[in-house]
Design a protein around this ligand. Structure first.
Ligand SMILES: Cc1cc2nc3c(=O)[nH]c(=O)nc-3n(C[C@H](O)[C@H](O)[C@H](O)COP(=O)(O)OP(=O)(O)OC[C@H]3O[C@@H](n4cnc5c(N)ncnc54)[C@H](O)[C@@H]3O)c2cc1C
Length: 439
């Protein structure tokens, strides 16, 4: 029997996976079967993670459940382990140890990126990342938990260690996480008269001579000045050399103990790209044409394979070639919609269109009521930038449901102040029961 339906497999249900699928549902023929395969059952709206860590947004509200939003689409929760495009099969593993082999006719690669780490002693064992909602929840509980422990210890060395927080990498994700968490930690100290706010040490370590390069030198300098005026340490042209068991050594010769080291020093394409038989660029991205089709190095289209977002090397046609789109939500959303339309055009045997988008700039939050922006040629500082940040992201987060819930989170925080309770025990849920059973 001949198969008449086209099987489209979307790998990754993040920005690209979600938006491309929504577009395909609208534009593709009715005889397509779409499957989305992601290790998580939700899309994470990453620009809100710093506010999740700061307690301004409920963690559940910063994620979009895939099954609810993608009705009519098959959603598989599993981890892609290999892409065998020559056989049109993807291997995946479930959390329960089952192995899946998912066949397809067209594949969309939307696996995003992972933290770009370096072989620094202690980094893998001691540091934490900041890319997923569980990491944001963990960071919040960790910071509030360390403050609570510092307040109850009589050991001055331990207290100093608990109250020292190091962030490595001053791009927008790192600076937002740093600024929002510091703002929350300071707010929490209001309830800890045992701790002098001067004891709190927040240190940003940046290898280059500037922070927030995406916003340009003027805004980067403003942000650094702002952060220093708040009492944080912003160290530039400084590298983390080691953090074995929390003993931090920096390239400027400084060394100290810190109980928390957060690594936010950039991303690299998903290592899964290397486990595929598809052509890769020099940095490990899958190579794409401006039509978002996967191509060989020579530019020949690989039939049946499409890609976009952080895992893809997409030419930036607004710049002199060769130039590629930076990994950002702004590109990911637009590429995803473009990709969805192009796959539909391909199925309808219509000509494909090229992706071209001039980056509009960025807005970054530096904590409650503080921000910095350089968007559409407009430079803003302080409250107007922060307001723009909130408005922009509220408009961008998918679904009315999430927009409404986040607007309510912010409204509640405006009336009742932000919630500063630590739920550290979340990470050890069986302890109370074990103690009860043991006694
Ligand atoms: C803290 C933070 C703040 C940010 N703020 C901004 C901002 O303000 N503005 C901006 O433009 N950009 C921002 N970004 C960048 C932006 O979020 C990314 O560029 C965007 O998410 C890329 O979209 P994507 O679809 O390529 O990847 P993602 O959205 O990361 O999606 C990848 C998906 O693949 C899944 N996946 C990964 N590996 C596997 C596997 N093996 N098997 C199955 N599924 C897998 C993941 O679970 C995820 O759902 C921020 C990023 C971070 C981390």
């Amino acid at each position: 029997m001949t198969r008449t339906r086209t099987r489209i497999l979307v790998l990754g249900g993040g920005y690209v996976g979600l938006y491309a699928t929504l577009m395909l549902q609208r534009k593709a023929r009715k005889d397509v079967d779409i499957t989305v395969l992601d290790r998580r059952p939700y899309m994470t709206y990453q620009p809100f993670l710093p506010e999740v860590a700061a307690g301004s947004i409920e963690p559940r509200h910063a994620v979009v459940p895939l099954r609810k939003e993608l009705s009519g689409v098959k959603v598989i929760q599993g981890r892609v382990t290999q892409i065998r495009h020559a056989d049109r099969v993807v291997d995946a593993a479930t959390d329960f140890g089952d192995t899946l082999h998912v066949e397809y006719d067209e594949v969309i690669l939307a696996l995003g990126s992972v933290a770009r780490t370096l072989p620094i002693p202690g980094l893998k064992e001691f540091a934490i990342g900041f890319k997923y909602v569980e990491e944001a929840i963990n960071l919040r509980n960790r910071v509030l938990g360390r403050i609570a422990r510092a307040a109850s210890t009589g050991d001055p060395r331990l207290r100093k260690r608990l109250l020292t927080f190091v962030f490595v990498g001053g791009g927008f994700a790192g600076i937002e996480a740093f600024a929002e968490t510091e703002d929350m930690a300071k707010a929490a100290l209001r309830y800890y008269p045992e701790i002098d706010p001067k004891e709190l040490r927040f240190i940003m370590v940046e290898a280059m001579g500037r922070i927030l390069p995406e916003l340009g030198p003027e805004m980067g300098e403003y942000a650094a000045k702002q952060m220093r005026a708040r009492g944080t340490e912003v160290l530039m042209e400084t590298k983390l050399e080691s953090c074995v068991e929390g003993y931090v050594e920096l390239s400027n010769g400084d060394s100290f103990e810190a109980d928390t080291v957060v690594w936010t020093a950039g991303v690299k394409p998903s290592p899964l790209m290397g486990k595929s038989d598809l052509p890769l660029g020099p940095k490990g991205h899958v190579i794409c044409s401006p039509t978002l089709q996967v191509t060989t190095e020579e530019g020949d289209v690989v039939p049946g394979a499409w890609a976009a977002g952080d895992c893809a090397q997409v030419p930036d046609l607004t710049k002199e070639q060769p130039a590629y789109c930076a990994p950002s939500a702004q590109h990911a959303v637009r590429q995803a919609r473009h990709l969805g339309k192009n796959v539909a055009r391909h199925l309808h045997e219509r000509p494909l269109r090229q992706y071209s988008h001039k980056h509009l700039g960025l807005v970054a939050s530096l904590g409650l009521n503080k921000g910095v922006a350089n968007a559409l040629g407009i430079k803003l500082k302080g409250w107007p930038a922060w307001f723009m940040h909130r408005t922009y992201h509220l408009m961008q987060i998918p679904t009315f449901n999430r927009k409404a819930r986040i607007a309510l989170d912010w409204t509640a925080a405006a009336f009742f102040r932000r919630d500063l309770v630590s739920m550290g025990r979340l990470h050890d849920p069986r302890r109370a029961f074990e103690e009860a059973a043991g006694s």
